[in-house]
Design a protein around this ligand. Structure first.
Ligand SMILES: Cc1cc2nc3c(=O)[nH]c(=O)nc-3n(C[C@H](O)[C@H](O)[C@H](O)COP(=O)(O)O)c2cc1C
Length: 330
């Protein structure tokens, strides 16, 4: 699959943008574990043009993450134009536009999934970004539509292709579904079969196992599969899904020791990247998933959540691992 000139190989697996989750440390780990491209969380175009420290920090990345995309959102053409130029000057591989965020406070400003209600708005926003970005491919991530009655994803895809958008990711839910109900993969197949649609379509929604990833490719014909929640605390999903798609063989799940070591590795990177205070806070989104299903981990999780510094958390994690507390009768 190619996004413009960027070749992501056959049946690529993409790490989904996720607010407060897909920071540079997590993206680096996911790339190492086989994600073919990774994205920043969505970054406000208004914050970017204001030169907000927080927004600029969200755009920081290391060379090890490449290929890497910056995702921006907004409801004003001038802000999207300016933010897209600044994002490009930061030298990512892709600039991605968020037309999918369902959150009310974003939508009411005409940003995120508001564009699903107003194709003219989508056209103007995407057009301003495509015009502003000179040398990098522009991509879009969106949902099926605003609600079931108004799904216009095929029309939207053709319009975006005409504007010069180089790939389209679709979370196969409507805005009104938010995260509820199953993702409607049948729409991905319809989209892939749209006459005249040539840009790659990346499917997204409810891929949490290697088998799901293969099934999404097989059932819908999408060019790439994007994984969000299924990668949190589980970056192995990328290498395990690649292996399963290539060979039909399911690699074993990571051991508890593997999980604790990778969790500790991410914590160290997180503190290195964000500083001790925020680095420790942001990791709180990840422990539950790294330790999911691990026997006797409830107390460990509770103890970790109380800590404000890295070293006591590392001590707790390694004590649990080295003393094999997960093997004790509960
Ligand atoms: C915590 C969280 C934060 C998210 N933040 C973003 C975001 O910043 N930009 C975006 O396009 N989608 C965002 N999403 C949506 C995901 O990228 C993805 O489309 C959705 O979770 C469905 O994929 P999944 O079933 O593989 O998780 C977020 C989802 C979650 C769970």
């Amino acid at each position: 699959m190619k996004i413009g000139n960027l070749d992501l190989g056959h049946k690529p697996l993409l790490l989904a943008p996720m607010e407060d989750v897909t920071d540079s440390p997590f993206r680096t780990i996911c790339r190492r574990k086989g994600a073919n491209i990774v994205y920043t969380e969505f970054i406000s175009s208004e914050a970017i043009i204001r030169d907000s420290d927080q927004a600029m920090h969200k755009m920081d990345f290391s060379e090890k993450e490449r290929p890497f995309g910056v995702q921006i959102f907004g409801g004003r053409e001038e802000a999207m134009d300016g933010a897209a130029r600044i994002a490009e000057s930061n030298n990512p591989d892709v600039v991605d536009i968020n037309f999918g965020c369902p959150v009310y406070k974003i939508v009411k400003k005409g940003a995120g999934s508001a564009c699903l209600k107003d194709m003219g708005l989508m056209e103007r926003m995407a057009g301003s970004v495509v015009d502003a970005v000179e040398n990098k491919p522009v991509t879009v991530k969106t949902r099926l539509g605003w609600d079931y009655r108004t799904i216009k994803i095929q029309e939207a895809a053709l319009m975006l292709q005409d504007l010069g958008v180089k790939a389209l990711t679709v979370h196969a839910r409507t805005r009104n579904q938010k995260y509820k109900g199953d993702a409607q993969w049948q729409w991905l197949k319809k989209l892939k079969n749209t006459p005249g649609l040539e840009i790659p379509v990346i499917g997204n929604g409810d891929v949490t196992t290697p088998q799901d990833a293969k099934r999404m490719f097989d059932e819908t014909g999408v060019d790439g599969v994007m994984i969000g929640r299924g990668a949190i605390g589980n970056p192995w999903i990328f290498e395990r899904a690649h292996h399963y798609i290539e060979t039909g063989e399911l690699l074993p799940e990571p051991t508890v020791d593997d999980r604790i070591e990778l969790c500790a590795d991410q914590l160290r990177r997180s503190v290195d990247h964000h500083g001790e205070r925020y680095g420790v806070i942001i990791m709180k989104k990840h422990y539950g998933q790294y330790l999911k299903g691990v026997r006797n981990s409830r107390q460990l999780r509770a103890a970790i959540m109380e800590e404000k510094e890295m070293q006591p958390i590392l001590d707790l994690l390694f004590q649990f691992k080295d003393q094999k507390m997960y093997a004790e009768a509960s």
